[in-house]
Structure formats: structure tokens, C-alpha cells
Write a protein that binds this ligand. Structure first.
Ligand code: SAH
Length: 441
């Protein structure tokens, strides 16, 4: 069967974002751009109070407060994705992105022996667009998956975004769970009858055979920033500017701070960003995959332990000073893929990072584009498909800057399968799709 032809072929999705919008992975900022907006936000007042009470805070604490403070955090109560928002992501640009990822999961599921059930777990699902596109592929390949028991598990801290995800996936408003003690805070059923549950923390997701997806999730996790000085590493902190009331500034810690432990002994850069929370998530994923099987696909913009100062803000598709009007702009830092690989601690095999253009090409985006173009005569839809392709694949746009990393059980690469599965007849020797060409029967 030609999966690329079968997947979602009957459905050409409606127009997505009118391009070009700014995606987050393009620029570097150290917060030095001129302030665009000096509003004293509720978040700024909260931070000033906090710093006055306990002293300067780490950049990681600043990021965490600004983004996910339950009451005032940037992510908690708004829809920031898309044309009307602050930035745009690949799934919001083209349906092809999610479709090819859907095919990746099916390909891995087949290669690992067609387990009788799997959980699809997404970390930070945004508007649910990516999952929606993946599920459409699952539906189109229904004959393949018909005996497989699939469930969806969304790890999301934002109340607002979880409501949007519920509408996207179930076409209904899903009420909050009544039992406040339950780790599942919402529960619904998708349009195609797949159960879906929402959690605030990965640790609460049942430890069953799962495929994990994290797209532009790791870049919003809080980073500590360090500067090399004649006295050794010093952490960058956020303090109140003594010259200007209601303004924040960066300072260096006067002495060593605990997060220095995350810097490698042989580090040669003079400025580094470390993200302990990313390490915790990777350890959890690796532990789970090594115990129960499955795989994780991580896609983000980032580097391999080479970049220095990548902390930046986005508001209304423009770069935004990271210390100005906190709570009104997205904050992000490039993902250090070398750190993610290190944090898997050999429990699983890692593949990549490979550039987005390579991954998507290996997954067959060129064939998919042709199939979709052949399906429509509508000039605006055709233009949207071509523009979306260009945005995702062009090395000057998202093609090079975004990377894919996969975590799979060691057995997967050795051609052995540790999952007990009566339906599996022989072990798979095929390479992992995306990291090599998609090749399946
Ligand atoms: N994956 C989506 C959205 C990326 S934006 C896309 O590519 O379009 C980051 C997402 O992560 C949002 O859904 C945000 O609410 C969520 N998020 C941020 N911090 C989180 C955390 N600590 N735990 C879980 N979700 C988080």
C-alpha cells in the first residue's frame, strides 16, 4: 500500500495561516533589543515583589514564573499560536507536517511488532492541530490499526489551550474533572472514538506502551544561564534595576550557585544555558521506553551543545525584550540536543538530531505534496500548500533550524523485539523512518 497516498488523501484541510508569519526559531536575542513596551504588567509587579522579598532570581525561575505561573503565566490563559497570536509553529503552517508524523508513529508501531494497544502521549499540544492531523492519518489507515486499542494522553499546563485542544479533537467543550485529586483533569472522546485524557505532568500518564511526541515543547522549559568569569562560572540572575523603577535587569551572581553542577567539566564556551527540567523529562521518557517499549519523537529548534546566548522573547510575531512587560510575550531558548541525548543515560538508543528538511524528506514530503496538489484545482489552496512546503523545508526558513531526535528501545535497532506480541512473526531490521528513508511493507 502506498501510505502517503492513503493517508488523509480524501481530506484536504482548510487554509491555515497566511504566510509569512514569524516562527520562533529564527533569531537570537539576549534581551538587548530596545524595549517596545514598558507596561507594568501584573506579572512584573509580582516579580518585583518577589525579588524585593527574597533577592534576585535565576533566569530559570523567571522563565517558569512568567510562562506558567498558574494565575498570571503567559501560557495559562491565552491562545498565542497562529496569525493572531505571537508565533507560528509547523503544524499550524501545513497539514503535511502532522500527516508525516502520523506516518512515523505507525511506521514505528509496525516495526516494533504491532502491539495490540498504544498510548499516544503529546507534551505541550498547543491547539491540538498536530494531533488532529495525526489522527486523520490514523483514521485513513484504519484497516491497519483496526485491532489496535489507541488512547490519547495530553500533558498540558494551560487551561486555555487544553480547552482549545478539546474543541479541536472532540468538537465539544470538555468539562473539568470534578475530583480535584485526580491526575486527569479533563477526559473526552475524539471524533473518531479515541479516548483522550489531560494531565499537568508526564509522571501522571499511565506507564503503558506509548509513543511520545514533543514539538516545540522543550524550548519553553526554564533555562539557567551562566557566564564564565575570571572567578569561574557565575549564574545570570534577574534583579530590579536600581536606576529605573519598575524595570528589571540582568546581574551576575556574586558567588557560585547550585545549578552550576549542570555544566560539563570540559565546557569550552564562555556562556551556557542549562535546562535541568529537560533532563528530568528525558530521563522519565527514557525510563518508560526502556521498560515498556514505544518511542519518543522530539522536534524543536536547537543546537548540539554549541550555542551560547539563545534566550529570547516573542510577541505579535516580533522579537520582544525578555525582561519587558513579562507575561505578555513568549520566552524561549534553543534546545541543547547534546544534553537531551546525554540525559537518556544509555537507557534507550537515540537517533538524530537531524534537520527538519532531512526528516520530512525521508518521510516522503515531496510525494505527499504532489498528491495533495493533484487533488485540488483551487489556486489559493495550491499556493498555500507550496508556501507551507517552502516554510517547512527551506534551509533559510525552518528546514535547517528545526531538528528531530528520536528515542527508541535498544532492541529496536538491533532488530530484536522485546514486546510480547503474538501477532509479530519476525523481527524488524528496517532503519527508523525519518532518520533513514521511509521503507515499509
Ligand atoms: N506543540 C505545539 C505548541 C507549542 S507551544 C505546536 O507545535 O504547535 C508550547 C506548548 O507547551 C503549549 O501548549 C504550552 O501550554 C505547553 N507547555 C508549556 N510549559 C509546559 C509545561 N511545563 N508542561 C506542560 N506543557 C507546557
Amino acid at each position: 500500500m502506498n501510505f502517503l497516498a492513503a493517508a488523509g488523501v480524501r481530506r484536504l484541510c482548510a487554509m491555515r495561516a497566511v504566510l509569512p508569519c514569524l516562527w520562533r526559531g529564527k533569531y537570537f536575542s539576549s534581551g538587548n533589543e530596545p524595549a517596545e513596551n514598558n507596561t507594568v504588567t501584573p506579572m512584573l509587579r509580582h516579580l518585583i515583589y518577589k525579588i524585593k522579598s527574597t533577592g534576585p532570581i535565576t533566569v530559570a525561575e523567571y522563565m517558569k514564573e512568567v510562562l506558567t505561573n498558574p494565575a498570571k503565566g503567559y501560557y495559562m490563559n491565552r491562545d498565542m499560536l497562529g496569525e493572531e497570536g505571537d508565533f507560528i509553529t509547523s503544524p499550524e503552517i501545513s497539514q503535511m507536517f502532522g500527516e508525516l508524523l502520523g506516518i512515523w508513529f505507525i511506521s514505528e508501531w509496525i516495526a516494533a511488532g504491532k502491539n495490540a494497544a498504544f498510548q499516544l502521549v503529546e507534551l505541550g499540544p498547543g491547539k491540538g492541530t498536530l494531533l488532529g492531523d495525526i489522527l486523520r492519518v490514523f483514521s485513513q489507515l484504519g484497516s491497519l490499526l483496526k485491532n489496535c486499542d489507541i488512547s490519547l494522553h495530553l500533558v498540558e499546563v494551560s487551561q486555555k489551550l487544553s480547552e482549545i485542544q478539546a474543541l479541536t479533537l472532540t468538537e465539544e467543550k470538555v468539562p473539568l474533572e470534578r475530583n480535584a485529586e485526580s491526575p486527569v483533569y479533563m477526559k473526552g472522546v475524539t471524533k473518531s472514538g479515541i479516548p483522550v485524557s489531560w494531565y499537568r505532568d508526564l509522571q501522571d500518564v499511565p506507564k503503558e506502551y506509548s509513543f511520545y511526541l514533543a514539538h516545540e515543547f522543550f524550548d519553553v522549559l526554564p533555562v539557567h544561564k551562566f557566564q564564565k568569569t575570571p572567578h569561574g562560572w557565575r549564574e545570570v540572575l534577574v534583579d530590579i534595576d536600581p536606576q529605573v523603577s519598575d524595570k528589571l535587569r540582568f546581574v551576575l551572581a556574586p558567588c557560585a550557585t547550585p545549578a552550576e553542577a549542570f555544566i560539563q567539566n570540559d565546557e569550552t564556551r564562555d556562556h551556557v544555558e542549562v535546562c535541568p527540567e529537560a533532563g528530568v523529562v528525558i530521563q522519565e521518557l527514557s525510563q518508560r521506553i526502556s521498560l515498556t517499549g514505544g518511542a519518543a519523537l522530539i522536534a524543536d529548534y536547537g543546537h548540539d551543545g554549541t550555542k551560547t546566548d539563545t534566550f529570547r522573547g516573542f510577541c505579535g510575531h516580533r522579537l520582544h525584550d525578555v525582561l519587558t512587560a513579562p507575561g505578555t510575550a513568549d520566552l524561549t531558548a534553543d534546545v541543547d540536543f547534546s544534553y537531551l541525548r546525554r540525559m537518556s543515560q544509555g537507557k534507550v538508543a537515540s537517533l538524530g538530531p537531524v534537520e527538519q528538511q532531512t526528516f520530512l524528506r525521508n518521510m516522503g514530503i515531496d510525494v505527499r505534496l504532489k498528491i495533495l496538489l493533484d487533488k485540488t484545482d483551487d489556486p489559493s489552496l495550491r499556493q498555500q500548500l507550496l508556501q507551507g512546503y517552502n516554510m517547512l523545508m527551506n534551509p533559510m526558513k525552518m528546514g535547517e533550524r528545526f531538528n528531530f531526535l528520536a528515542l527508541v528501545p535498544h532492541q529496536r535497532l538491533h532488530g530484536r523485539n522485546h514486546q510480547t506480541n503474538a501477532r509479530q512473526s519476525k523481527p524488524s531490521l528496517s532503519p527508523v523512518a525519518g532518520f533513514g528513508e521511509l521503507a515499509w511493507q
